[in-house]
Design a protein around this ligand. Structure first.
Ligand code: IMP
Ligand code: MG
Length: 189
């Protein structure tokens, strides 16, 4: 692991993460099985936001035993060493806008690592809703409390943990491109 000039402390250890991810998977499975009851062959479209949602998604989907396709998109809002959102931009994925364009009538589950300013999930949800899917749900591992409110209000359907307004790393979350492979979630002070 690269050394760092920052202070670090563990916020959520790997056992708590694993237990909570399993619970979320169970709840999501129950809800989406009900949503698909009238069309059991239809697949859930899972849209993870890269790169932060990579590890959460990999663990979560193994607790969701439903037919699904996985259609990642890349949205960037924290370039380089910034620790506050610089505004969300869709930078990659399937289709010309970076977002799948065949979502009409499908049940969609967006997965992200963390809800912070709300710009990333707000942008993606708007782009997806414009295609008239059957439903759009959002799952995040972390819900960052913002005492002064978010830039964009986003309704989250599933959240693993509520955390304070601090910059966190690990389990997919980076600072300047590193630390994503830490097995625990740590606060970078
Ligand atoms: P938002 O658009 O401000 O809600 O930010 C969401 C995105 O910013 C997430 O997908 C993360 O990739 C990144 N992000 C937000 N807060 C943190 C943090 O504390 N650590 C690392 N990345 C973060
Ligand atoms: Mg992200």
């Amino acid at each position: 692991m690269p050394s760092s000039p920052h202070n670090r402390r563990v916020l959520i250890d790997r056992d708590r993460i694993a237990a909570r991810v399993a619970q979320l998977g169970l709840t999501i499975t129950t809800d989406l099985r009900a949503a698909h009851a009238d069309a059991p062959d239809q697949r859930l479209v899972l849209i993870p936001i890269m790169t932060g949602a990579l590890i959460f998604t990999a663990d979560l989907i193994r607790h969701i035993p439903l037919r699904m396709s996985i259609r990642p998109v890349t949205i960037s809002s924290y370039p380089g060493t910034s620790t506050t959102s610089q505004g969300a931009t869709i930078v990659g994925g399937a289709g010309t806008s970076g977002v799948p364009t065949d979502l009409a009538g499908t049940h969609v589950l967006i997965v992200d690592d963390i809800l912070d300013s709300g710009r990333t999930l707000g942008l993606l949800k708007r782009v997806i809703l414009a295609q008239r899917p059957a439903s759009v749900r959002i799952a995040v591992l972390l819900n960052k409390n913002k005492p002064n409110g978010r830039d964009e209000d986003v309704t989250i359907d599933y959240a693993g943990f509520d955390i304070a307004d601090e910059f966190v790393i690990g389990y997919g979350l980076d600072f300047d491109g590193v630390f994503r492979n830490l097995p625990e979630i740590e606060v970078l002070g």
